[in-house]
Design a protein around this ligand. Structure first.
Ligand SMILES: Nc1ncnc2c1ncn2[C@@H]1O[C@H](COP(=O)(O)OP(=O)(O)OP(=O)(O)O)[C@@H](O)[C@H]1O
Length: 251
């Protein structure tokens, strides 16, 4: 896929909830082919930003373009080209993993093989099992398989490493690489710093709704005034001035 406009572009994007400014004048430009890690402590505004990009939420200020289109005006076109792993999702009790993936394929009008996708995410042995009885990690793997349906041009993954064992974490990293090699742009949020460092070309650090730093891992180390060999956790804490596990504070 080659695009002459950024795949995702926001200008002064703002979302206010009462007294809380969840997203505050956010400028993002994610280019075609990027693997972009959206990093920030709990409550920083990552999921809200993703909700705005996909028109699940409406902004209170600023502009958004995805593939050059306004999500409020072209939601179907954007969703047809995008695979989404949401932060919260529901699975249907009594329906198999295969049925979940087939449902997305039908919605997107593509003929992907559900079994092959489930195998890719490590669920080969659970293809016909009831998704309602899946463990947290299995749910996460199934949701990722659903996001991969239709070879999307853009993958938006909200905390893709949540609930995964080390095998699952490695598999997600491999899948991100494979999808990127295929030509997909990948935008994912995380506070799993080590994973972000291993997978991303560029990282944006969000803190209290604002982008406080952006760049490669090395550029972020510089921005934080950290040593060349500083681990990402130190850089993160320095930039966000908050312990990683602190969360949900109002502002
Ligand atoms: N529907 C809502 N009504 C009021 N406040 C909200 C709502 N949704 C989110 N917020 C607030 O907006 C801020 C950003 O929340 P958001 O879920 O976007 O953060 P996050 O970075 O995704 O956090 P986490 O890493 O914990 O998932 C938080 O202070 C949160 O309490």
């Amino acid at each position: 896929m080659s695009e002459d406009v950024p795949v995702i572009e926001t200008k002064r994007l703002t979302k206010q909830y009462g007294d809380v400014r969840a997203v505050d004048s956010l400028d993002l430009a994610i280019e075609s082919g990027d693997v972009y890690g959206f990093l920030g402590p709990n409550g920083a505004g990552k999921s809200t930003t993703i909700g705005l990009l996909l028109d699940y939420l409406r902004p209170t200020g600023g502009t958004i373009r995805v593939f050059g289109k306004d999500p409020q005006r072209a939601p179907v076109e954007i969703h047809n080209r995008t695979g989404v792993l949401p932060d919260r999702f529901g699975l249907y009790d009594g329906r198999s993993a295969r049925q979940h993936v087939s449902f997305v394929a039908e919605t997107k009008q593509v003929d992907d093989d559900p079994e092959a996708l489930l195998e890719r995410v490590g669920l080969a042995n659970a293809v016909d099992d009831n998704a309602g009885e899946f463990s947290k990690g299995m749910e996460q793997r199934l949701a990722l398989a659903m996001a991969l349906v239709g070879e999307p041009d853009l993958l938006v993954l909200d905390e893709p490493f949540n609930g995964l064992d080390p095998h699952g974490v490695r598999r997600v990293r491999e899948i991100v690489h494979e999808e990127n090699n295929r030509g997909a742009t990948v935008f994912f949020s995380s506070h799993v710093l080590g994973q972000v460092e291993l997978v991303c070309d560029r990282i944006g650090v969000l803190h209290r709704g604002r982008l406080v730093a952006e760049g490669t891992v090395d550029e972020l180390r510089d921005a934080a005034g950290a040593d060349d060999d500083a681990v990402m956790e130190d850089v993160f804490v320095e930039l966000t001035d908050a312990p990683i596990e602190a969360g949900g504070e109002s502002r």
